[in-house]
Design a protein around this ligand. Structure first.
Ligand code: SF4
Length: 217
């Protein structure tokens, strides 16, 4: 057994109308307050979201859960674009075209991209590409790229092995094992950038996300 010592560190009863993914940040905050935040947190799929990945990483926690909303294996999604995982932004489309315009949205986080509509119109992928279907327009939030990252990470053998600790549990299961060795994940150095970015540079993003959520509430 990979976790021979199992201790319940927190119990919270939630009303039925709350989504599971809303429980993660309060749990992390409570554990950090008590100075028992884990190095790794494993949870059910319903706890995973791009925002939670960013929030956990901002607190230095490896949040591992399988990714909801599986993509169509035959479709074209954000994962097919060339992504800069350091800046959490799109560099080029699947056809190698760079955006001709990139503007930050009002929330200062969402990027409103525009690819050359003339090129999109004659592109063989236009009917399947999320930008092609919108005349070259694409809106991307950092949480979308974090979700792509989660999806790719999920396919790694290292993740699958680590995630086996989740078997049989229905609530976030915490462990204090050594963090994953990302070099062995097969995700490449670029995902190492994302990991470092998420861990050390996302406090501002997290703050903005939380503020947006609070304002919307
Ligand atoms: S439709 Fe446009 S954005 Fe999409 S792959 Fe083709 S050229 Fe790129």
């Amino acid at each position: 057994m990979s976790n021979p010592i199992q201790v319940i560190t927190r119990v919270e009863v939630e009303p039925a109308h709350l989504n599971d993914h809303q429980a993660l940040v309060p749990a992390l905050d409570a554990l950090e307050k008590r100075e028992i935040a884990p190095e790794e947190m494993f949870a059910d799929t319903t706890y995973n979201s791009g925002d939670n990945l960013i929030a956990a990483a901002a607190q230095g926690v490896e949040f591992m859960a399988s990714t909801p909303d599986k993509t169509d294996p035959d479709g074209i999604g954000l994962g097919h674009f060339d992504l800069d995982l350091k800046e959490l932004r799109v560099c080029a489309c699947p056809e190698g075209a760079r955006p001709i315009r990139s503007r930050l949205g009002k929330d200062q986080m969402t990027r409103n991209l525009r690819f050359d509509p003339e090129r999109c119109a004659i592109c063989p992928l236009t009917d399947d590409c999320p930008a092609g279907k919108q005349g070259g327009r694409l809106r991307v939030h950092p949480r979308d790229i974090a979700t792509v990252y989660s999806r790719v990470r999920e396919e790694s053998e290292t993740f699958k092995k680590a995630y086996a600790i989740r078997a049989g549990s229905n609530r976030p299961t915490l462990s204090a094992r050594r963090p994953m060795d990302w070099a062995r994940c097969g995700l490449g150095a670029s995902f190492g950038w994302l990991k470092r970015f998420l861990r050390y540079s996302c406090a501002r993003i997290l703050g903005n996300v939380l503020e947006m959520v609070q304002n919307a509430a």
